[in-house]
Design a protein around this ligand. Structure first.
Ligand SMILES: CC(C)(COP(=O)(O)OP(=O)(O)OC[C@H]1O[C@@H](n2cnc3c(N)ncnc32)[C@H](O)[C@@H]1OP(=O)(O)O)[C@@H](O)C(=O)NCCC(=O)NCCS
Length: 163
């Protein structure tokens, strides 16, 4: 079976990155988000959301995963804040190790800074996402917030970078 590999994102990846995001939005996210939010993302909004994220940044930025020549996952890491801003894997390849690879790379980028932990936010109702992170050794910090765009509760997670 083919193994996933990582590379830095390129501007030409935008349609594929938007596709992965939308597949998660319409798949696993639809299982726990309120139904009223379903129309909030479509092809156009996904392209608008991810376009600026593909702009080159001095450090970190967007990493993509490929499997058998197709882009199947994306992670956005902000090493200056030791912060994982996004992690999405195409549902068609869930369970193939792509999420683990992207998460490990994000932690590795943050490990190169002075930070002793990497943090991020997860929708509180995203049980599958939370279980994935906990499987990889992360834990909730106990902090909660209302997500900026939709006001839904999010739980903060952290992983110890010294591990
Ligand atoms: C969560 C997500 C990133 C996991 O990606 P993935 O490629 O399917 O995960 P992997 O195959 O790398 O799995 C890594 C480990 O986590 C475990 N895991 C994955 N999903 C899991 C789940 N829902 N519940 C429990 N464990 C899970 C796997 O069994 C594996 O453990 P193992 O290697 O010890 O067997 C992916 O399902 C996804 O993109 N979901 C939608 C978006 C999302 O929720 N993102 C995270 C919140 S921001």
């Amino acid at each position: 079976m083919a193994e996933p590999h990582l590379r830095a994102a390129r501007a030409s990846d935008l349609p594929a990155v938007a596709h992965v995001f939308l597949a998660c939005w319409r798949g696993p996210y639809a299982a726990f988000l309120p139904r009223r939010l379903a129309p909030r993302h479509d092809e156009a909004s996904a392209l608008a959301l991810w376009g600026p994220r593909l702009e080159p940044t001095p450090h970190g930025g967007l990493v993509v995963a490929e499997l058998s020549g197709s882009l199947v996952g994306v992670a956005l890491v902000l090493p200056e804040a030791s912060y994982l801003a996004s992690l999405y894997v195409d549902p068609a390849v869930h369970g193939r190790g792509v999420g683990r690879l992207l998460f490990t790379q994000a932690a590795s980028v943050c490990r190169g800074t002075a930070a002793d932990r990497m943090t991020w936010w997860v929708f509180a109702d995203n049980r599958a996402g939370r279980d994935f992170y906990e499987r990889l050794g992360a834990a909730p910090t106990g902090r909660m917030q209302a997500q900026e765009e939709f006001g839904l509760p999010e739980a903060e997670y952290a992983v110890d970078l010294a591990r």
